[in-house]
Design a protein around this ligand. Sequence first.
Ligand code: ATP
Ligand code: MG
Length: 420
Amino acid sequence: MIKAVRGFKDLLPEEARVFHWLEARAREILLRYGFSEIRLPVLERTELFARSIGEATDIVEKEMYTFVDRNGESLTLRPEATAGVVRAFIEHGLHTRPKPLKLFTIGPMFRHERPQKGRLRQFHQVDVEVFGAASAGMDAELVALALEILEAGGAGDLRLEVNSLGCPTCRKPYRESLQAFLRARRDRLCEDCRRRAERNPLRALDCKREECQVEYREAPELTAFLCEGCREHHRAFKAYLEEVGLAPVENPRLVRGLDYYTRTIFEIKAPGLGAQDTVAAGGRYDGLVSALGGPETPAVGFAIGMERWFLIARPSESPGLSPELFIAPLGEEARRWAFQLAFRLRKKGLRVETDHEGRSLKALLRQANRLSAQRVLILGEEELRKKQALLKDLSSGRQIPLPFRDLRDLANRILIEIRF
Ligand code: ATP
Ligand code: MG
């Protein structure tokens, strides 16, 4: 038996239905907030991710699905969406459009990580990006948007953590101070963190090992190093949030797994999720568009992890997809009628099921019950001869005789009976 690849998950119908429902909630709210959808390829040149996410990050160092294609080009399945959105923004000259430009995209991402609860190798994100807005108000608006989307999916008890990563100017002295701190404790750190201390000290703070985290309680904090502009931005961001009652929790050790962030970063956590509890994460990346060859463009965005959102979602609407009518035909001729009736009634928008397999009346009624059909139309040789079918309401048990002249007439009578 051939099985699915490890970390790649099938969504069975019940799960797919919830995913679809969640996506619909996200789209609805995003459109209300003035966002437009952009659809991008899942494959990009490897260089795009190496340059945007950063060479010395976990994603680029060890998590990417990278291969050389038949033309000898190095390609990578996207591990996240921002790089691709920025690539498209530059490639299609979207900076000439009115600002701010608000875009979102929904789709699969790929990372070669250890699969576990809330962590897959193919996972899905709702990714949201705003270009051409520099002020803290937009950062706060995106946080509010992320929370509204998650809550519309039934997620409650969310925790908002915020931090500022400053700008390249204030991050430089901080990086040096943190590096000195890490080097002084080298012996007590895990192998990854020793490497991070040299290559990308900030990333050490994101280590998942408890032993390292204990050490980092004493680590220098970036907030103490922020320059005037970054400090003011961070203050304004938090003030905006507080004004609408979204109490942010300051987490000075919050960093992100991608190098492109500047100033605001945030994570939304759901304590019920266990180890992988970050449902949504994002921040500002003012330097990325120009770093990838576009014009200087401030930008801010976030991504919701669909699988983790799914775990805390409470779909509220019953899908309401049970058939409005089950046609139970008995005999060859009745089955031909049933086929045509179903065809006509579905075109009129009715949810109709029927049978082609020649089952017995008993089996057909059982099937109608299993599908939670609202009504059954019984159509046997006798009914055809008498030109009178029987429509039975399964919840009330009420039976209505439906006399008809021909097939078209019967279709109309059914429609009138059900719709009016
Ligand atoms: P984590 O610290 O959990 O690894 P991350 O910092 O790598 O997260 P981001 O790149 O910020 O995650 O992605 C945004 C969101 O996408 C995460 O908060 C999470 O909900 C989801 N996500 C990231 N990686 C995975 C994965 N391997 N499987 C499922 N969801 C994921
Ligand atoms: Mg990760």
